[in-house]
Write a protein that binds this ligand. Sequence first.
Ligand code: AP5
Length: 234
Amino acid sequence: MTKSSEQHGNGLPVLILLGPPGAGKGTQAKKLEERFGLVQLSTGDLLRDAVARGTEAGKAAKDVMEAGGLVGDDIVIQIVADRLEAQHCAQGVILDGFPRTTAQARALDDILSQKGTGVDAAISLEVDDAAMIERISGRYTCAGCGEGYHQSFKTPERDGVCDKCGGTEFKHRADDNAETVRSRLEAYHADTAPLIEFYDAKGALHRVDAMQSIAGVERSLTDLVAPITGVAVA
Ligand code: AP5
């Protein structure tokens, strides 16, 4: 189910960020969250949290994630359905890393349809493979607050000190190694790229050049999202 333009504003705005590993989904979802008051729902973050807490879903996901494959649809769909029930999602959501398969996209349509709503926009962040590898290999996050950085494209203002929380410990993701990144890219091309056609056929697809700078991508997304949310941007 995709909302027609007349349906915008009836129910929660639902945006999807599509794109391969390193396209900038997480970086831009956080910016949209701050600017438009939407809630970022990252299945990668939720699964890493489940793994860290040792839940049943986390135990099932751990090995698959370490190998760069896709976690089973049933597990991921249940996690998203639970989150969409949460009160704080009532202001609207940015789905970051979900859906990733056609089965997940159809399940999302069903969940939203039961709420009388649908997908407002599926935004494809378009990058080339070489840029993805460079972005992923240079990525790190603050161990304290999770703020994301990059050794070339986004460094802290004071060397070794997190801009956001002042922390001095940083970490790399376990799946950010060359072999796993290759598997994640393969999974993207085999299972997730077909969703571009899926949403295009519904009239919900928007393409954004994600080879621009972080600020440039943010500007393109702001122009796209402002009319959907009805939030005026100066
Ligand atoms: P997930 O956490 O979703 O990882 P991913 O899709 O591989 O995406 P990344 O987080 O690596 O990249 P991103 O696009 O968010 O880029 P970022 O903004 O960080 O999934 C991890 C795993 O969980 C999957 O492999 C799978 O196993 C499982 N999983 C998750 N969801 C699933 C689902 N729905 N179904 C099944 N399994 C699922 O940017 C990267 C770096 O580049 C950063 O350092 C950033 O600063 C920099 N950067 C960003 N934009 C720019 C720019 N424009 N210019 C220069 N640098 C930039």
